[in-house]
Design a binder for this molecule. Structure first.
Ligand SMILES: O=C(O)c1cccc(C(=O)CC[C@H]2O[C@@H](n3cnc4c(=O)[nH]cnc43)[C@H](O)[C@@H]2O)c1
Ligand SMILES: [Zn+2]
Length: 353
């Protein structure tokens, strides 16, 4: 599982630069960010679960044969989150892990349907994530925002519930900025979700569905046409369609690229076959993200190291990638300017050493 990380390491000096580079993370899942430390703590709280408590055993448990197997394992971790206190612990500890990597801003994809259908009270769920968000900002300095996503395979009932939770003014959390669609793409056509995205967009949320991760470029077109996507989660198969690449570039619709995830779920065969370079050469705005980092044996720093190698970047190139993510984030203008300044100051200081 972790083999693809070993040979993807950037040179030592770039690794040190990346470690302290201020960053924004735009595509990272709430449950998928549960580190072995967090999973062990949750599994100890709920000993009837099949999820191993031993962090070493988790490495094997998090080795996937394909995307369907990944979702199966993912849902077993979802089953560990049973109380509002579990939700708060997970959210707060994920923020701690992000802050350690100098992530100043993160849009965390949360699937509220998975928790409410398992019996967590919706009000208590919202309070738990908001409480953790405020504590994380005060204590770690990391600003969190939420993307509520529909777990596509769970159907229109899940879509309805997610749209309701995202748009009901009595429930909608302050940190919510966007609306997404995750889970498998095969057999889950995007157009059926149009009415739910329309409602979310009308309520002021941004549209950021997954598309083109495990199916072809037509799914990305569907996400653009029917779901009015402003950024695309993965979008990997866009490389197969030059007209699509031109469209993404012209309209500055960024791709949330997660290279190691694509290998772990077998969406792409090897890192060297990853189309990230084609995206950049076509003028598409690329952002670097970690998706489900502990499940894929990675973290955001490692994803930047992978990108540096695949794109042949130096420190300035990496700083530009980091600024891309800030620029296409849903943070306010003053917040964006602050992080971009910090990236520039850090990079200039590093190069002047
Ligand atoms: O929670 C349920 O009861 C449930 C029932 C049926 C299907 C589902 C899902 O489809 C859950 C999928 C889950 O996966 C999340 N996720 C994490 N990483 C990725 C990714 O790289 N691509 C797509 N989905 C991903 C997603 O947020 C869903 O919550 C759930
Ligand atoms: Zn994802």
């Amino acid at each position: 599982m972790t083999q693809h990380l070993v040979d993807s390491r950037a040179p030592r000096d770039l690794t040190a630069f990346i470690a302290e580079l201020p960053k924004a993370e735009l595509h990272v899942h709430h449950v998928g960010s549960a580190s072995p430390r967090i999973v062990s703590e949750l599994a100890a709280r709920h000993p009837d679960s099949e999820v191993p408590t031993d962090p070493a055993a988790l490495v094997d448990y998090f080795t996937f044969t394909d995307f369907a197997h990944f979702v199966e394992v993912y849902l077993s971790v979802v089953d560990l989150i049973r109380t509002p206190e579990d939700v708060r612990l997970l959210t707060y500890e994920v923020a701690r892990d992000l802050a350690r990597q100098q992530v100043r801003y993160a849009e965390l994809t949360i699937t509220p349907f998975s928790s409410t259908r398992r019996g967590i009270d919706e009000r208590a769920f919202m309070d738990a994530i908001e409480d953790a968000r405020k504590a994380a900002e005060a204590e770690f300095g990391t600003v969190l925002r939420w993307c509520f996503d529909i777990p596509g395979e769970a159907g229109l009932e899940a879509a309805e519930e997610t749209a309701r939770l995202a748009t009901d003014e009595r429930l909608r959390p302050e940190g919510l900025v966007s609306f997404g669609l995750g889970g498998p793409e095969v057999g889950v056509p995007r157009p059926q979700f149009k009415p739910y995205f329309d409602r979310a967009i009308a309520a002021g949320l941004h549209s950021v569905p997954h598309a083109g991760e495990t199916t072809g470029p037509e799914t990305v077109w569907d996400a653009l046409t029917h779901l009015r996507a402003e950024r695309i989660g993965h979008g990997t198969s866009s490389a197969q369609d030059p007209k699509l690449l031109a469209h993404l570039a012209e309209h500055r619709i960024a791709l949330e690229v997660c290279p190691t995830s694509n290998i772990a779920t077998r969406a792409v065969r090897t890192l060297d076959e990853h189309p990230i370079k084609e995206f950049v050469e076509a003028g598409v705005v690329v952002t670097i993200n970690s998706d489900d980092p502990p499940m894929f044996g990675t973290d955001l720093d490692n994803e930047y190291a992978v990108a540096a190698r695949l794109l042949g970047l130096d420190e300035r190139g990496l700083a530009e990638l980091a600024k891309n993510a800030v620029e296409v984030s849903f943070l306010d203008a003053a917040g964006k300017a602050r992080i971009k300044d910090e990236i520039d100051t850090y990079t200039a200081g590093w190069l002047d050493r």
